[in-house]
Design a protein around this ligand. Structure first.
Ligand code: TMP
Length: 215
């Protein structure tokens, strides 16, 4: 699928560390758009396609998970992204939909680059190769302190923590700071919202920003 076609849809990505409340806010934002009768597609990374969900499984649940090197991790995340862009996101944007993605390329920049200390340039190149010209129109970072991330993770109902969730507080601190640095460098694309506020307050803030920025 050629990616360089005029698109009338908008891509909004949500970023933040684990337990930041992205999925709740994505559902709430989708509901706002649905009220205005917009075609809304929600998706998530890694995953969102059958191939992507299989890749997600390799990354987060495989029994040799802790032996996976950071380079492999990066290539798997970006492989899932390439599939998602071509199979789901680009076609939706071409037909004019609003696409809400739970994570997109900034997750690799932050988790593999800053969290795992991989060099920024190759990550940027690999990311670009994976997404083509499909860049987010807006990226919403839900910012929570690392202690809050970890505490929320522990209260999740799921059984055992997966390999990403087993990371320690320093890792989540780096992830949080990574997002804030990225957002500061690209204020035209990013907004940062305080994830410690109530769900209703966060929803209101996000909708106000989206209405102002996404025509
Ligand atoms: P989530 O479904 O809770 O957001 O978990 C996905 C995990 O994968 C989370 O720990 C972030 C991580 N991740 C990366 O490290 N790099 C990436 O490019 C993506 C998309 C996710």
């Amino acid at each position: 699928m050629p990616l360089k076609q005029p698109r009338t849809g908008k891509l909004i990505s949500f970023e933040g560390s684990e337990g930041s409340g992205k999925s709740t806010q994505i559902a709430r934002l989708a509901a706002h758009f649905q009220k205005t009768h917009r075609d809304v597609v929600t998706t998530r990374e890694p995953g969102g396609t059958e191939i992507g969900e299989q890749i997600r499984n390799i990354i987060v649940h495989n029994s040799k998970g802790d032996e996976m090197c950071a380079e492999t991790e990066l290539l798997l995340f970006t492989a899932a992204r390439a599939q998602l862009v071509r199979e789901v996101i680009a076609p939706a944007l071409l037909r004019g939909a609003i696409v809400l993605s739970d994570r997109f390329l900034d997750s690799s920049t932050v988790y593999q680059g800053i969290g795992r200390n991989l060099a920024a340039d190759p990550i940027a190149q690999i990311n670009r190769f994976a997404v083509g010209d499909v860049m987010p129109d807006l990226t919403i970072v839900i910012d929570v302190p690392e202690e809050v991330s970890l505490a929320r993770l522990k209260t999740r109902a799921s059984d055992l923590p997966d390999r990403m969730e087993r990371e320690n507080v320093d890792f989540y601190k780096k992830v949080r700071e990574g997002y804030l640095v990225l957002a500061k460098g690209m204020p035209e694309r990013f907004i940062v919202v305080d994830g410690t506020k109530s769900e209703d307050a966060i929803e209101k803030k996000i909708w106000a920003e989206v209405e102002a920025r996404v025509k």
